[in-house]
Design a protein around this ligand. Structure first.
Ligand SMILES: [Zn+2]
Length: 347
């Protein structure tokens, strides 16, 4: 069982990944769990990882790609108690310590001693076998497919944390979800609708307008054809929304702040269009806005996300591909020709 295995490797900054043989991680010892990965989904962080990022100082090539994935337990070390061979699982991408003041409070995404993020700083999940500490491994409930579970640790977990821990979205509130056709955008639409919020969302093409409506969005704005902040103000009787879900950054930031009502909350987890944006400070204090940064998720968020999937709140899947097509699919993600998640099967 320890023959060399296939892995999608990033060999050099700025170069596309390629499938190649690497050593098998070996039998699990102590509290280690050996997972046979079955599906890995694509995220913008994979693009950043491939490009090499100034803020990712610990990033060291070569490394195995893949941040968000699901698989089955192949074998466990003698000290493992919570999972057993054959069980479907996801693995938290952060190498959190499990023992600092934040980890002890269940805030693993704030860990003081984090050893990096799998697929970004250290070897990721786009390969046959991964060995991880038991504390990072979360069982997948019955009835959730491995394809859907492969959208848990970055997509569903992040959105769960943003909407409910950070923005504290309540039933009856109105939320603006930016880039509603993306993986997290589609997830935010579905999660917000599921608790009884009104959802306004932005998309970049007419076919996505229909698709966003089909998954539950109440109002869909094609941002290429009209100013979304003007339309939001019209839709809300000039008041603005209670919550904005941001991850676009430079292109939408000023408009997102303008779309908020007095006392509104903006939660952001990304800046796919650029990291620098102007903020009108007068607007922030005079309108008493709350701006919340959000990154990753806790183990609790992963369990909450998987429970939602088990009750039928499943990810919107754009397409299923083979691992060999990962690089091409990333280009499609970058050019925004997707609606929902792309998931690669690891056969
Ligand atoms: Zn910690």
């Amino acid at each position: 069982m320890t023959d060399p295995m296939l892995a999608l490797r990033l060999e050099k900054e700025g170069q596309p990944s390629r499938l190649m043989e690497v050593p098998h991680p070996g039998a699990p010892a102590g509290d280690e769990v050996l997972v046979r990965m079955r599906a890995v989904s694509l995220n913008h962080i994979d693009l950043f990882g491939q490009r090499g990022m100034a803020f990712a100082q610990r990033q060291a090539f070569p490394l195995t790609a893949g941040v968000e994935a699901a698989g089955e337990v192949e074998a466990v070390g003698p000290d493992v108690r919570t999972v057993r061979p054959g069980q479907a699982v996801v693995v938290h991408p952060a190498l959190f310590c499990g023992d600092c003041r934040w980890c002890n409070r269940g805030r693993e995404n704030l860990c003081e001693n984090v050893g990096g993020i799998a697929g970004f700083h250290v070897d990721g999940f786009a390969c046959h076998y991964v060995k991880a500490a038991e504390r990072r491994v979360v069982p997948v409930p019955e009835g959730v497919s491995l394809r859907d579970a492969a959208c848990t640790t970055v997509t569903f977990g992040t959105v769960q944390h943003m909407l409910f821990d950070n923005a504290k979205l309540e039933p009856g509130e109105t939320i603006l979800v930016q880039a509603g056709g993306s993986g997290i955008g589609t997830t935010a639409i579905k999660m917000a609708k599921a608790i009884g919020a009104t959802v306004i969302t932005t998309v970049g093409s007419d076919d996505k307008v229909e698709k966003a409506k089909a998954i539950g969005a109440d109002h869909v704005i094609n941002y290429r054809e009209e100013r979304f902040e003007t339309r939001v103000r019209r839709l809300t009787g000039k008041k603005g929304v209670q919550v904005v879900f941001e991850h676009v950054g430079a292109d939408t930031w000023a408009g997102s702040l303008l779309a908020l009502e007095r006392g509104g909350r903006l939660v952001t987890c990304g800046s796919t269009s650029g990291i620098n944006a102007n903020t009108n400070l007068y607007q922030v204090f005079q309108q008493q806005l709350t701006i919340i940064g959000s990154f990753g998720s806790s183990l609790r968020n992963l369990r909450e996300a998987l429970d939602k999937m088990a009750t039928g709140l499943t990810p919107v899947i754009d397409s299923e591909i083979d691992l060999t097509e990962f690089g091409l699919a990333l280009e499609r993600l970058q050019s925004r020709q997707v609606f929902g998640k792309i998931v690669a099967t690891i056969s």
